[in-house]
Structures are given as C-alpha cells and as structure tokens.
Design a protein around this ligand. Structure first.
Ligand code: AMP
Length: 449
C-alpha cells in the first residue's frame, strides 16, 4: 500500500534540494560577514515556551501548533517559529555572558504550523533567520534590515518592497489597545468569530483579519502612528534615514502588526515586487522586541531579528529565473566499461577524478556500448569517457561531448586535469549562453507582440 506524504508537507529532492542548500549557503555567508554565528536548536520544545513568547491569544498558539503529550506526560510542541527556541537556548546556555556580546545568531530549519495549505503556505516549512540582542540603537535595527536585503541581493531576489512600521513601547500599545476597543465596540458583534475572540484577548490582532466582510471596518480603524511617543517616531525615522543613506528604501505601512506578540518598536516585512510572481504573502519579516529574553528568564536585553520563508523564496526564484535556471546536477564524466577488467580499472580512475573535483559515474553492470551511451544521454551526462583496449594501449582517454557528439582522444599525462577542466568550462559557456539566448529571444518576441 502506498503511503502518501502528510498534507501540507513536501519532499525536497534534486533541483529543489540544491536550491535550498545554495540559498542557505549564500545567506549564511552574508550573516557571517555581519558577525553572526550559526545556532541549531531542537524542533520540539515545551509548549509553554511558545504560549509565553508568541502570545497565548495569537493565531499561532490558539490554532496552529502541533502539540502532543509525550510518554512522560509532558506537553511538547513542534516549533511554529524559531525565535522562541533560539532565545530559550541563549538563556539555557547562558550565551549572554559579556564576552559573547553582542549576541548574534543565524539559524535555518523546519517549522510547523497547522494552517490550511495553499500557495506559499505549508504545514511544514523552512525558515532562515537571525537574532541579535544586547545592542540598542537604530543602527542595529537598520543593520538587520540591510543584512536581510543583502541576503536577497545575494540570490538576486531584491526586487522587493520593504514595509516598515513601529509598534511603539508599552505605553503606546496600551493606549492604542484602548482606542481600538473603543473603535470596534459598535461593530464587533457583526464581525467574524475570530475577531470577537481577539477583541477580548488582544484587539491589535483584529488588524490581521483577512475576512473580506470585516476589512472595510478594519481599514478605517485608528492607526498606531497617532499613539507613538516622540522617541518612537524619532527612532523609526532614524532607521529609515540610515537605510536610505545606504541605498535601501522603505515604505511606511501603518497596518503592519506582524503575527507574533513579542514585537515592540520597529517591525518590517519584505514583499515581492516581481510582476511574474503571484502574490503569496510576505517573503519574510521581523522586528524589535524589548522583553522577550527577560520573559524567558534571561537578562533585560532588547533584541531584533527576522526570518525568511524559504519555500516562498525558492518558488519565487524558480519563477523569476525560469529561463536561465542552471541547476547542475548531472555527471561531469560518465565512464563506460565493457568488461570486468575495464570496470576494475575505471573504478580507480573514477575515484581519482572525483578527488580532482569532478562529478563522476560509471557502470558496474556490463552492457553494450550502444546501451551505455543511450543511458549516459538519458541521465544527461556532460561527457562520456571511453577507456577500451585501444585507448589503454595508446595511453589516451577518449572523451565524447554528449551535447555536440564530438569525440576526441586526450593523452594521459600531467596536462590532463587542466584539459578536463577546460572541457567543463566549455560546457558551462555553451550551456549557459544557450539558455541566455533563449530567454533574450523570448523577451524580444514578447516586445514585438
Ligand atoms: P513569521 O514567523 O510568521 O513572522 O513568518 C516569517 C516568514 O515565514 C513569513 O514571511 C513567510 O515567508 C514564512 N511562513 C510563515 N508561515 C508559513 C507557512 N505556513 N508556509 C510557508 N511559509 C511560511
């Protein structure tokens, strides 16, 4: 009986698996340029960690968590996001001692939310993100946003709108909450059940509601801006000014509240501006939090962080680059053997070529030359190596270019590794320019039409 994958999960293989690891690598390099170190925390945590950090009444905690009792009767939860676990780890391991200041970590891994699966929304998804604690400065907030932008640039996905807002300090939020309660008092009975619950628990959440019938009322609600202190406003302006001076534009969005309760001060979100990509929500986002570390038992350090949704970034990448997506997963060289003796010699040759950095495959089951060539062509090997009796006698290696069909003999001497390298360069040049020409032709024909 075939067992299906769990709804809302997806397998990663070949092209996708490579895109994930390449993106992870590119982001980690950028993060390390800013002095961040990698941290990996468990996927399961005690349930109350998330209840305390994301907020008892947040959608994540009330509806979306995968929570279960383990055999010892403990309530555990598959992490719905990474910040809480990272901060818990900073406290558990006392990573806040002075010599570690400032605290700067990046992370990557799966998160789980029981949401309705749809485009860009999964039940298991991956986040890459960072947290920095212990430095309070608009420069630090700006630096985190700049770093996120540089990450998007490193994978050529920086055609984004950066929405920014301030949620203010405690006083501003308290006054704003009261103003929202007053504003929604009349209409709340006619709004959705979620909004009615949010009205009681945390009226700020109502602003997140996606129910179309509720939107007209919500759109006219007071905004946080009117409740911000002069200091909050100055901080937000300064962050925007620093970013602008460094070539990064931001757009104020007073409705941006983010889905997690721990944010205070500056919050931000990245939205795709690529016309060819459907709108599937934010690519990532984050913000400043004042009390999260102390609430989890650590010192009173403020922090700032963000996370990207990798599924959304990768599918955007595939749409934007569909004409010149160069995913190199094929063998550089496939060595053909026609008898046991050749298999034995080619086994050693393959290991030597791999040591030189080439991706190499070879056949162990004996088949005809025709069948082997057909197989090499089907798996899209770039070149085929033939080491028959004649080649061995003449101390040469016969190499067939599987694209052009051209076949040449190469002397086996100290120049051979360089010659093989040149063959690879030739392959990439012709392969890549083909793809580029195709996409240029397509653009031209689009323009003509
Ligand atoms: P959040 O932790 O809610 O601030 O989300 C950060 C980012 O994770 C979002 O901007 C999305 O890109 C991504 N994300 C959140 N939930 C999901 C989901 N269910 N499926 C895929 N990506 C998600």
């Amino acid at each position: 009986m075939e067992i299906n994958p769990v709804k809302g999960t997806h397998d990663l293989y070949l092209e996708d698996a490579m895109l994930y690891s390449d993106t992870y690598r590119a982001f980690s390099i950028t993060a390390s340029m800013y002095g961040y170190h990698e941290i990996e925390t468990p996927i399961i945590e005690h349930t109350n960690l998330f209840a305390r950090s994301a907020g008892e009444d947040s959608d994540i905690v009330t509806k979306e968590m995968y929570t279960f009792l383990d055999k010892g009767g403990r309530s555990l939860t598959l992490r719905p996001e990474m910040t809480a676990g990272v901060l818990r780890s900073i406290v558990s391991n006392k990573l806040y001692v002075e010599k570690e200041m400032p605290i700067r970590y990046f992370y990557y891994g799966p998160c789980f939310r029981y949401e309705r699966p749809q485009v860009g929304r999964y039940r298991e998804f991956h986040q890459f993100g960072v947290e920095t604690l212990g430095v309070n400065s608009p420069y630090n907030d700006a630096e985190v946003i700049l770093m996120a932008y540089e990450m998007l640039k490193s994978v050529k996905l920086n055609n984004v709108k950066i929405k920014i807002n301030s949620l203010g300090g405690e006083e501003a939020r308290k006054n704003y909450r009261e103003a929202l309660k007053e504003y929604f008092k009349e209409s709340i009975a006619n709004m959705c059940l979620d909004c009615q619950r949010r009205y009681e628990m945390n009226p700020l959440r109502i602003l997140d509601c996606k129910v179309p019938e509720d939107r007209p009322i919500i759109d006219k609600a007071p905004t946080i801006t009117d409740f911000l202190s002069e200091e909050d406003k100055k901080h937000l302006d300064k962050v925007r000014e620093i970013l602008e001076d460094n070539g990064v534009d931001t757009v104020i969005d007073t409705s941006l509240v983010r889905g997690l309760d721990y944010y205070t001060g500056v919050v931000f979100e990245f939205e795709s501006m690529y016309e060819e990509a459907p709108d599937y929500g934010a690519l990532g986002g984050g913000g400043h939090y004042a009390k999260l570390l102390s609430e989890l038992g650590g010192p009173d350090f403020e922090g700032v962080g963000f996370s990207f949704g990798m599924e959304r970034l990768i599918s955007l990448y595939k749409i934007v680059n569909k004409d010149n997506l160069l995913i190199d997963s094929t063998y550089d060289f496939y060595i053909l053997s026609l008898d046991e003796e050749q298999v034995d010699a080619n086994f050693t040759l393959a290991a030597a070529l791999r040591r030189q950095g080439f991706r190499v495959g070879l056949n162990y089951e004996l088949k005809s030359m025709k069948a082997l060539l057909k197989y090499a062509s089907r798996i899209e090997a770039k070149y085929v190596i033939i080491m028959g009796e004649d080649e061995i006698a003449n101390n040469v290696m016969r190499i067939k270019n599987m694209g052009s069909g051209e076949q040449l003999d190469y002397a086996i001497n100290e120049d051979l590794p360089m010659k093989l390298q040149e063959l690879m360069e030739e392959y990439y040049e012709s392969h890549y320019s083909d793809k580029k020409e195709n996409s240029e032709e397509e653009i031209e024909s689009k323009e003509i039409n």
